[in-house]
Design a protein around this ligand. Structure first.
Ligand code: FAD
Length: 349
């Protein structure tokens, strides 16, 4: 198949950082294209519906575009609107619902292979078929001198690896509580996503039980959420079992091992919110080595963000590997300028 017209920089992922990378590349005189497997800021479209960012708007800005927000901290929908407007204002070349599956070639002439996606991550999730590329013939490959991988981490949940995990009432992403009022909701996990979901479901009439692997609510839970959850647990409004390990999920119950031996709780709905991680199979396919450290960090230079495969860069949260809280929008957006400067200097040679 004939390649699509070449560009200097091909960015994989239209998250906040990927968009920033394309903007900064254009500003140093390079041509850029973004390939995105879902919608614009696809990860944000999957966050809880009424969530408020913990960052103030100016810390989420990219390309020096002001982020107007009525609130002290913006809502998810404000951020989705903002990034889409920035993308349009900058007239970026973006191809949506196209998944990058492989990168051939070398610096100066990469050939990037993609596959069409016909539905969004939201639709896929509803249909319980996350991360399944559609069975479509390959699209025309793209040719680029440099590639920036800004694929984040939100597409792969960390599995429990227990029987029943794939049942239809088990969810790995949380959106909103309304379908589960007066139902028994079991929340597995005790970090931010689990804490927010447990509180939200409780306040909207669900009977919430948390199964927590550690001995307490995670210290990484935001400082205004943690005491709220701890107080609800202390007052018995949310039931919590600590030091537990889920063993099996069936249609009506979740089974676990705990300090008092084997236990069972009723669960009409199970929210298995045990974290997310980068798509390592894609990174390996793209030739990126993975460090043998606790975070399984994809190998890259900390200053230039170039990976072990010359001409391919990493940007944004994917840089942190399994340490998904190391880079976020506030600090990850700055990768864009550093990468653009490094590529511009190389492109001149
Ligand atoms: C509930 C919640 C609240 C948060 N609040 C804040 C906050 O207040 N402040 C803050 O700074 N951060 C916050 N974060 C973190 C922040 O949202 C992420 O760090 C940020 O989205 C990372 O941006 P990114 O561009 O690196 O990755 P992402 O936004 O995850 O974008 C990656 C993109 O790559 C696409 N992609 C993946 N694989 C492929 C492929 N093979 N081909 C094509 N496209 C692909 C994905 O569809 C996605 O659109 C929050 C996160 C969560 C979950």
């Amino acid at each position: 198949m004939q390649p699509v017209g070449p560009v200097d920089v091909l960015v994989v992922g239209a998250g906040p950082v990927g968009i920033a990378c394309a903007i900064e590349a254009q500003r140093v005189g390079l041509t850029a294209r973004i390939i995105e497997k879902g919608a614009v800021v696809n990860s944000l479209t999957g966050y809880p519906t009424n969530m408020r960012f913990f960052s103030t708007p100016e810390l989420l800005e990219i390309g020096d575009h002001p982020f107007p927000s009525r609130g002290y901290k913006p809502l998810r929908e404000d951020a989705i609107d903002y990034y889409r407007r920035v993308l349009q204002r900058e007239a970026l070349d973006v191809r949506l619902y196209e998944r990058v599956v492989d990168v051939d070639g070398e610096a100066g002439r990469f050939v990037v292979h993609t596959q069409s996606e016909t539905s969004s991550r939201e639709d896929q999730r509803e249909e319980q078929r996350d991360n399944q590329p559609d069975d479509q013939p390959d699209d025309q490959p793209h040719v680029a001198r440099f590639v920036v991988i800004a694929t984040g981490f939100f597409d792969q949940y960390v599995p429990l690896n227990v029987p029943g995990e794939d049942l239809p009432h088990v969810h790995h992403y949380y959106r909103e509580p309304y379908r589960w009022a007066l139902r028994n909701v079991v929340v597995i996990g005790a970090k931010n996503s689990a804490a927010i979901a447990a509180l939200d479901c409780h306040r909207n009439g669900a009977n919430v039980t948390m199964l927590i692997r550690g001995g307490h609510v995670s210290d990484s839970v935001k400082y205004w959420i943690k005491p709220d959850l701890e107080n609800r647990i202390r007052e018995g409004q949310i039931r919590a079992f600590f030091n537990t390990r889920v063993t099996t999920i069936d249609r009506h119950r979740v089974h676990f091992d705990g300090p008092a031996g084997a236990g069972t709780v009723s669960g009409d709905v199970v929210l298995a919110l045990t974290g997310y991680r980068p798509d390592y199979s894609f990174l390996r396919q793209a030739g990126i080595d993975i460090a043998d450290d606790d975070a399984a960090t994809p190998v890259h230079d900390e200053h230039t963000f170039e990976t072990n495969r010359g001409g391919i860069y990493l940007a944004g949260t994917v840089c942190g590997g399994n340490n998904t809280s190391r880079w976020f929008i506030e600090n990850g957006r700055h990768h864009a300028r550093q990468i653009a400067a490094h590529i511009a200097a190389r492109a001149e040679r």
